[in-house]
Design a protein around this ligand. Sequence first.
Ligand code: SF4
Length: 431
Amino acid sequence: MNQIAPSSCAPAPTIRQRGQHEVFCGLTSIIWLHRKMQDTFFLVVGSRTCAHLLQSAAGVMIFAEPRFATAIMDERDLAGMADMHDELDRVVARLLARRPDIRMLVLVGSCPSEVIKFDLAKAAERLNRQHAPERRVVSYSGSGIETTFTQGEDNFLAALVAEAPGAGAAAAEGARPAALVVAGCLSDIVEDQFARYLAGFGLADVHFLPARHSRATPVIGPQTRYILAQPYLGATAAALESRGARRINALFPLGEEGTTDWLQAIATAFDVPADRVEAVTGAPRRRAHAALAHHRPLLAGKRVFFFPDSQLEPSLARFLAREAGAEILEVGSPYLHRDHSAGELALLPPGVSVSEGQDVDLQIERCRSANPDLIVCGMGLANPFEAEGRLTKWSIEFAFAPIQGYEQAGDLAELFARPLRRQGLLTDLAE
Ligand code: SF4
């Protein structure tokens, strides 16, 4: 396996911005979380705006039995004329009576529920007393006051860890803490690939968080090692560590280099012999190289500007620069977890601007004057940039698409290459 050497010069100092920002709120993460967790229902306690956001973020998906909904708070609730807890109990009782397939109910807080200080943690506790053990009820905040869209997942996973069985209680029932927890929602296809590699390493006791089924939440204790599969999980990491779990430090598994580093870090932590690692990862690594070679001619030398959106930006920029030869102008991220992203930042090419937070007007000006070939940004900024004749890529697509792992390295490059290729075709047609 390749050892990864950080670049000799560090990136330029971080630009910290505390102005207006344009990102989706944490409710958005329900879209990928509800697909992952087959027996879980997400009930947003919010306003019509929240319901509209979910509906439009979910696109035109039509389900016979959807697994998310919004309990809409109306004027009476907001004015304090109705007892919100009674109302919520009624909604939940109706929902669970109609949907016996639901094993876990997740109450999701929003801006309105937060503004009126509706205590969803207390509501979840009370509902748990009524419906456990058949159904579990947990809560977290997806409010836009506090969260960007990937932080919704972070809050949810932290809530799952908080109510996961502790090592002490589990030992009394004969259960052992997990050896390895992979934290971060991955599409099933990526999870299956990683599970195969780790089984090939000889690791038997591996748990993915979130699991596909709500009952599969692992026991966490001081014997547990965990590795992050997503970079936006600061609260989840803190929750795992509060149970005694220890983090395996690695790059995030994006691109061939990131995936190799991530798997090698696990292998090192569990003393997996090098020849075994090579036997498991050699062929997929070569396939990733071949897939990337196909996209490199188009991406090499392209100047790319990342606006802050998902916290995936430093890893995406590292991949694009080192594996596709692109030139990175600025890497924005809503938040930077210094420890978790240290490896990613160290591998950015010298002189790249890194910005944390957002002052959107100033950043738009910086972007215009840098005049990049491709702008990776949220939907709200993409349309005005396109109207100026600039090429954009919606950053939310990187959160929805399966992009982690060797077999997806080519697809990840393709996401960046597609707008550039489309522009090339349009230019050819115009000539
Ligand atoms: Fe809007 Fe807040 Fe509801 Fe998100 S949680 S849709 S930001 S009102």
